[in-house]
Design a protein around this ligand. Structure first.
Ligand SMILES: [Zn+2]
Ligand SMILES: [Zn+2]
Ligand SMILES: [Zn+2]
Length: 170
């Protein structure tokens, strides 16, 4: 099994995702503990569904998956609350352009100065770092007296693995 290597962008196809998942859960436990929050069964189950792949998933998809596992059917609000808490803890991010959620596989502390790349073919999401982009945005906004409250950089496209499989001579 290949290592996940998702820290450097998109996951390697056929990597050992179980280790990515374990890493996310461990990081969540630490983040929750530090913030004095409880990683309840619901929060943990929701996190496990979001982190089950490197794809972004919608809240209803999480709800359906949990229900299909034989658990009791949860109210959407419970899922949204659990997601909000996971997002606030920094272990899950919201993909605003698609109203979906993905697990964070990179250690970047509290700052969200990450460029989010979302593949339109396979749905995989990766975060890459290029702080200058955010400095430039700040400079441009500041030049017109604009005070920023939130900056999100989300890019849609095709990941390298999908580009490769698109080639006819594959
Ligand atoms: Zn993985
Ligand atoms: Zn992240
Ligand atoms: Zn892809």
């Amino acid at each position: 099994m290949k290592a996940g290597s998702s820290a450097s962008g998109f996951p390697v196809p056929d990597h050992d995702h179980a280790s990515c998942l374990t890493e996310v859960i461990v990081r969540a436990a630490v983040a929750f503990e530090r913030q004095g929050l409880r990683l309840t069964d619901l929060r943990r189950n929701v996190l496990e569904e979001v982190a089950a792949s490197h794809k972004a998933v919608g809240a209803y998809e999480v709800l359906e998956r949990l229900a299909s596992k034989g658990g009791k059917r949860l109210a959407p609000i419970s899922i949204y609350r659990a997601l909000d808490t996971l997002v606030a803890a920094g272990v899950v991010h919201r993909l605003e352009s698609r109203n979906a959620f993905f697990a964070c596989h990179v250690v970047h502390g509290g700052n969200r100065r990450q460029i989010v790349l979302a593949c339109e073919q396979c749905g995989a999401v990766a975060e890459v770092s290029r702080p200058n982009v955010f400095d430039d945005i700040q400079t441009a906004a500041g030049a017109v007296g604009f005070r920023m409250s939130q900056v999100l950089v989300e890019v849609s496209g095709t990941c390298a693995a999908c580009s490769r499989s698109e080639r006819p001579d594959k």
